[in-house]
Design a protein. Structure first.
Length: 462
């Protein structure tokens, strides 16, 4: 079959497929725009013209795949086409172990942005921070790179290195971070009994065993009789929805709403309520959040706040509250499509809004890289100008070490606990945690003034 006829067959099949999709949409009472068919004809004509007249020979499959990627990219940062390799990689992400450098990323202001580094991973130890803008990966610009392509480029074999170029508030120019890839083992919960009977647990991600691990931690600390509880969700990029629901259930009464979703299709409208009947969970509680708290973290924080179960303390969360449905395609490929958005029990939208804390407490050292918007150039244009004007060798304050890698250890990094492997908790340096405990202490004192008996959590199985 000649190239011309193969193109016609391909474009015809593509056109027919879209017509079928439009007819299905009609059957679901979604009125298709009449102009859609004219636009599809225009697409087929352009496809034919490119194939016949472009300066170099281009495979029709590549053209159609590029068109699909561009179409999905125009929707939002989280909708994407997954090749068979990408689809397989996606399936291992939620198993709690994967290869890479240990960061959660998204696209914000059209820029590849770090949601949060995962603790005790190469990215965390290198000093990568929530809000960092990744402008290059191994020297390749990310300005027009899709989210899935960026993930693929940063993954690789254990022990190999990747260079990511970061723009951060406070840097005079872009800076290179050389990070050695590792198999990422995500231990989702760290916990510790703090002085004076305060329980502390940090959820670092919502993977398949998070709720069980947190329940075990609570039971262990319950045996010691804690007076109040700090749930730390800072720099937790999220994860599995069912784990966000299961974690919330540990602190709520049966039947209470946790989160609900709303989309265009009826099957995307779901409600999640607490199904377990847990008693002895009325102890004072604080939830710590920051800019790196996203997705599942925001679901938990929003539920605790709306239902008056806990005080949310810290800074505004990231605002990632959309639902992606994975649709298998032929030949083991997949479509990742945004189909709904999350809402808190009181109907607050999370996506692009986030959760505002009840008590705003900034970390003493700068914890996030953010850009303030104004009426001038866009954030993306500002950062492009900075990239074009810099050489990516650093900000002039940090020196190369003998092995040629960037030294990423600074006073601010140490204050944030991001330049070295942290313990479960560091009260001396963690100002937000200090203030969270202060809130619990105030709670205790108010109850004493009101004549309420202060009790400790009893030893029992949840």
């Amino acid at each position: 079959m000649s190239r011309k006829y193969s193109l016609v067959a391909l474009s015809g099949a593509f056109f027919a497929g879209l017509v079928v999709m439009a007819l299905v949409a009609r059957s679901n009472n979604v009125m298709a725009d009449v102009k859609t068919y004219d636009n599809l004809e225009t697409f087929a004509n352009i496809l034919s013209l490119v194939e016949q007249n472009y300066v170099e020979t281009v495979e029709p499959t590549k053209l159609v795949e590029g068109a699909i990627k561009g179409m999905l990219r125009s929707l939002d940062a989280h909708s994407s086409y997954m090749t068979p390799t990408m689809y397989k990689e996606m399936q291992v992400e939620t198993e709690g172990e994967f290869g890479g450098i240990g960061i959660e990323i998204t696209i914000r202001d059209d820029l590849l942005t770090v949601v949060a580094p995962i603790e005790d991973t190469p990215a965390w130890e290198a000093g990568i921070q929530a809000g960092d803008r990744i402008v290059q990966v191994d020297g390749e610009s990310t300005f027009d790179m899709s989210l899935m392509d960026a993930v693929r480029k940063m993954r690789g074999k254990k022990g190999t290195e990747v260079v990511i170029t970061i723009v951060r508030e406070g840097f005079d120019r872009p800076k290179d971070f050389t990070i050695k890839r590792a198999v990422i083992h995500v231990t989702s919960v760290k916990y510790e009994m703090l002085p004076d009977g305060w329980a502390y647990a940090k959820v670092r991600s919502f993977s398949k065993d998070t709720a069980n691990d947190l329940e075990s931690a609570i039971n262990t600390m319950r045996a010691q009789g804690f007076k109040g509880f700090v749930l730390d969700l800072r720099n937790d990029p999220g994860g599995l929805l069912n784990q966000a629901v299961a974690v919330s259930e540990l602190f709520l009464d049966k039947g209470e709403m946790i989160v609900y979703t709303r989309g265009r299709m009826p099957n995307q409208n779901m409600e999640f309520t607490a199904e377990r009947n847990i008693s002895d969970n009325d102890y004072p509680m604080v939830v710590l959040v920051n800019k790196g708290s996203a997705s599942a973290s925001e679901i938990v924080a929003g539920a605790m706040q709306d239902l008056k179960r806990a005080l949310v303390v810290g800074t505004q969360t990231f605002g990632k509250g959309s639902v992606q449905t994975i649709i298998p395609l032929r030949e083991n490929a997949g479509l990742r499509l945004t189909t709904a958005k999350y809402y808190t029990p009181l109907g607050r939208q999370i996506h692009n809004v986030g959760i505002a804390p009840d008590i705003v407490i900034e970390q003493r050292a700068p914890e996030l890289a953010t850009e303030k918007k104004d009426n001038g150039p866009s954030v993306k244009d500002k950062i492009k100008a900075k990239v074009n004007g810099g050489n990516g060798d650093g900000d002039g304050e940090e020196k190369k070490q003998g092995n040629g890698k960037e030294s990423t250890k600074t006073g601010d990094d140490e204050a944030n606990g991001s330049a070295k492997k942290p313990s479960a908790v560091d009260l001396e340096k963690d100002y937000q945690l200090q203030r969270a405990i202060g809130v619990l202490q105030s709670w205790e004192m108010i109850n004493k003034i009101r004549g309420k008996k202060v009790t400790t959590a009893k030893t029992r199985k949840l």
